[in-house]
Design a protein around this ligand. Structure first.
Ligand SMILES: [Zn+2]
Ligand SMILES: [Zn+2]
Length: 267
């Protein structure tokens, strides 16, 4: 079974120092047959006051260097050339331009900022858990409808990573209606749900109940992403994710080349 990690970062992201080559060599050493390098493209931060410190990715350099590595590593590992786009409705046009201008394999749409607030800041939770998590989910629901072509909805449940509560994980049972809407929209639009190996109180996000519900609703397109920013985190919790997916009734796990989902039978 080809092992695919569809979400990782290298030094082209503002929050990673690892060269792409190091990520690829390590992915090979860990047995991966595919690694998507999906560096942060944070047009949200470019447009929102207070986030100017976030270094913007040099897209030309990012894509040209990854294309070279893709050729160089042919036969050793498949390289998915990609981005992780930080969803923010006023940035829709900027993202649309990028998706049209560059040849890519895989694009992840992720919510990091809700309105103009960062879920990584303690003050984000001033409204209380129910509102803060709910606002995050409503933004995820908007992100699914983004007018640019993306492939995967990233890390649903991210809001919990820095939340101050004892029981942090965002669970299906807390917001069944909003989550059903999100999952049905992902299915209707032919997008993939990402299972992200960097969980919060759980081995992965979205938490088990959300992923299981996706399957119940007929969801089939699903990817694994470690979200590694350094080699140590590549494929984190991969085996647990695969076992959980099989138990939930998923038959395939996917990777993307040229925006085409390629299924690998779960065995
Ligand atoms: Zn992210
Ligand atoms: Zn990421």
């Amino acid at each position: 079974m080809l092992i695919a990690d569809c979400h990782s970062h290298c030094e082209h992201s503002h929050d990673s120092k690892t060269p792409a080559r190091v990520m690829l060599d390590c992915a090979i050493a860990k047995g991966a047959g595919y690694l998507a390098i999906t560096d942060h493209c944070d047009k949200d931060c470019q447009l929102i006051e207070g986030f100017e410190w976030v270094r913007q990715i040099d897209l030309d350099a990012h894509f040209s260097s990854l294309e070279k590595l893709k050729d160089e590593y042919k036969g050793k590992i498949e390289v998915g050339v990609g981005l992780e786009m930080g969803y923010y409705a006023p940035a829709d046009g900027l993202y649309k331009d990028i998706t049209l201008r560059y040849n890519t394999d895989v694009l992840i749409n992720s919510v990091h900022l809700v309105g103009s607030k960062d879920c990584y800041e303690r003050s984000y939770f001033d409204s209380g858990r129910y509102e803060a998590y709910g606002d995050y989910l409503r933004t995820v629901a908007d992100s699914v409808q983004a007018p640019y072509d993306y492939d995967i909805i990233g890390h649903i449940g991210y809001v919990a990573r820095k939340s101050p509560y004892e029981d942090r994980a965002l669970k299906y049972t807390e917001y069944p209606d909003i989550i059903d809407g999100i999952l049905k929209a992902i299915i209707d639009k032919g997008k993939s749900l990402e299972v992200n190996g960097r969980g919060t109180d759980t081995p992965f996000i979205p938490e088990h109940g959300i992923v299981r519900r996706y399957r119940e609703l007929g969801g089939e397109l699903i990817t694994f992403g470690s979200d590694a920013h350094n080699p140590d985190w590549l494929l984190v919790n991969y085996a647990q994710v695969v076992e959980a997916l099989k138990a939930m009734g998923f038959k395939y796990i996917f990777r993307y080349l040229n925006h085409r989902p390629i299924g690998e039978r779960l065995v």
